[in-house]
Structures are given as structure tokens and as C-alpha cells.
Design a protein around this ligand. Structure first.
Ligand code: ATP
Length: 302
């Protein structure tokens, strides 16, 4: 399925006096993307988010939303993109429902969508409870509902799981996936690499304002110059037969895992051969390195 480009960001720069917080960043965000944005403190992640949500004007560069240059129409960003900062405050004396109704009014959205939003984030039961009584995880769910008030095309989330207990983190990540499955592009900044690895399909790394890496998790973590594929199937015996019949590959069996070496990407060929023989594939991917090691590579002392 072809994914539509939602945001096209070209050479985006933000300077504060002589300091460059975001330095010539270019990237595309497509419908359905779930992107993890990594970078040390001060790398420029939040500054990038606030530019892309129309909260601050870039010093230079361009942003296109759904193919349209937003330079003369910053409102278009505000209407279509949501930003959930890491410290959103709500009216503690108002209920969950009342807070969301207030945000609907601010966004000029219909209040009648509030019950559906509360349902979506699993907060219907607490609709009439005051936000001041909520745990951090519950407040974060309200944050999600708030981000959805205006039917956004993209949601930027600044460290959405910071300060949450492990259970609330898991729930939050499930919620992120659920929203993403509806086609909403999501970009999350986080310092928790294991979480990013579990939920994101693309990874962006920022360092000193620059975007130093942006790729799919698989490509980014693919071992440099590696042409090794790892295959696991439900029927290793038939797999040996199938692999022996495919030319231009070498393989070794290590228990139930096959390490296949080939000059080309042979995944499609191998999977169609295995399918033909009725062998169920459990996993077939490039041999990869850990995201933590990749991150360390970009952040090595220069
Ligand atoms: N309004 C501002 N005026 C001056 N400098 C700023 C301003 N906003 C951000 N900066 C600087 O820009 C740099 C990038 O900040 P930013 O908040 O974007 O980083 P970050 O990657 O989000 O960091 P963190 O992970 O700590 O949230 C920092 O050095 C920060 O001090």
C-alpha cells in the first residue's frame, strides 16, 4: 500500500541569537509512520516539534503539509498537527470530560466527540472524575484524547512515557500502536531505547541540532555491509531441502535458526519457495545490531 506523504520538511533551521538549535533538518513523514526520535538532552527534538506544530516560526527552511507549503498558512499546521508536550497541565478541579470539552472549544471542534475519545483511551469510567485525582498514566491518557480532538494527521509526543510505572508504560505503548493503526502518523521523542525499538518502525537520531540518521529500524540496525539473513521456520527439515535448492546462497543451521549468506536480498525468493512447500515462516530478516549500539555509534566522542 502506498503511504501518502503528510509532512515534507526541507532544510529546517531554528536559530536563537547565534545558537543553532535545529540545523538544516530534512525528512518526510508519511501516513502511518511511527517514528522514534532519539537524541541527548538539548539535541533539538522539542524545537523541531514546536516548529512542526506551528508554535514557533523556523529561521529558514520549508514545511509542506499534504503537498501544500505552509509558509503563508501556519494555521494549517495548527489545525492538522497535534503536539503533546511532556508537561501538559489540566484543570485539576474539572473532570476528564470537562477538560476535553474545554480543549474541543479551543480547537473549534465538536464537543460531542468527547465520549468517543474517552472510550478510545480507556478512560470512559473516569469521565466524571476530577483530573486532580488521576495518576500520571491516566493524565497521559487524557493527553492523548486531547491530541485527538482535532483529528490530526500527525501527533508529536515529547517523552510520553516519562515518569510512568512499567504497567502504565505498556498500556501507553499499546495505545500508541492502536492510534497508529488508524493511519495517524506518530513521532515520539524518548530516551528509552528499548521502548522505541519495540513500537517504532522508523528511527530518527538528532545530534547538536542535526538529523544524523533517519531510516527504518531494520535498515538502521542492519549490520554494516552484512548480507546475512536470519530465518526461523516451523519445519527446519523441509527448510534445509528448500534452501539447498536455492542457488547463489550459502547457509548454516544453528538449531532452528538458519544463517543465510547471499550477495542479494533473497528474502522474497526464499519466502515464496518456503510458502510453495507449505513451510510456515516465523521470522526472516537481516541480521541486526542492537539499537543501543547504533545510538552509541552516532554519539561516540568525536
Ligand atoms: N527559546 C529558546 N531560546 C534559546 N535557546 C533555546 C530555546 N529553546 C531551546 N533552546 C536551546 O536549544 C537547544 C535544543 O533544545 P531542545 O529543547 O529542542 O532539545 P531536546 O532535544 O528536546 O532536549 P530534551 O531531551 O532535554 O528535551 C538547547 O540547547 C536549548 O537550550
Amino acid at each position: 500500500m502506498k503511504m501518502e506523504k503528510v509532512l515534507e520538511i526541507q532544510d529546517l533551521t531554528k536559530r536563537y541569537d547565534n545558537f543553532t538549535a535545529v540545523d538544516n533538518v530534512s525528512l518526510d513523514i508519511n501516513e502511518g509512520d511511527l517514528i522514534g526520535l532519539l537524541g541527548h538532552n538539548g539535541a533539538g527534538k522539542t524545537t523541531l516539534f514546536v516548529m512542526l506544530t506551528g508554535l514557533t516560526i523556523p529561521t529558514s527552511g520549508s514545511i509542506k503539509l499534504l503537498g501544500e507549503d505552509i509558509e503563508k498558512n501556519i494555521m494549517m499546521l495548527k489545525e492538522n498537527i497535534s503536539f503533546l508536550p511532556d508537561n501538559t497541565l489540566y484543570y485539576e478541579n474539572l473532570t476528564a470530560k470537562e477538560n476535553l470539552e474545554y480543549f474541543c472549544d479551543l480547537a473549534d471542534a465538536d464537543r460531542s466527540k468527547v465520549p468517543e475519545l474517552l472510550e478510545l483511551v480507556g478512560m470512559s469510567k473516569w469521565a466524571d472524575k476530577k483530573v486532580g485525582e488521576f495518576s500520571k498514566g491516566m493524565v497521559q491518557r487524557i493527553g492523548f484524547a486531547q491530541a485527538l480532538v482535532k483529528d490530526p494527521k500527525v501527533i508529536f509526543l515529547d517523552e510520553p512515557t516519562a515518569g510512568l510505572d512499567p504497567e502504565a508504560r505498556v498500556e501507553m505503548n499499546q495505545l500508541l500502536k492502536k492510534l497508529n493503526e488508524r493511519g495517524i502518523a506518530i513521532v515520539i521523542s524518548s530516551h528509552v531505547l528499548s521502548e522505541i525499538k519495540d513500537i517504532c518502525s522508523k528511527i530518527a537520531i538528532m545530534k547538536q541540532g542535526k538529523l544524523v540518521a533517519f531510516d527504518t529500524l531494520e535498515n538502521l540496525c542492519r549490520k554494516e555491509n552484512s548480507n546475512v539473513f536470519l530465518l526461523e521456520t516451523k519445519d527446519p527439515e523441509t527448510t534445509v531441502e528448500v534452501l539447498s535448492s536455492v542457488d547463489s546462497i550459502k547457509f548454516v543451521r544453528e538449531g532452528n535458526i538458519f544463517r543465510i549468506t547471499s550477495e542479494e536480498d533473497v528474502r522474497e525468493r526464499i519466502s515464496s519457495e518456503l510458502n510453495r512447500m507449505g513451510v510456515i515462516i516465523l521470522n526472516l530478516r537481516y541480521e541486526t545490531e542492537d539499537l543501543f549500539d547504533i545510538f552509541k555509534k552516532y554519539y561516540k566522542v568525536d
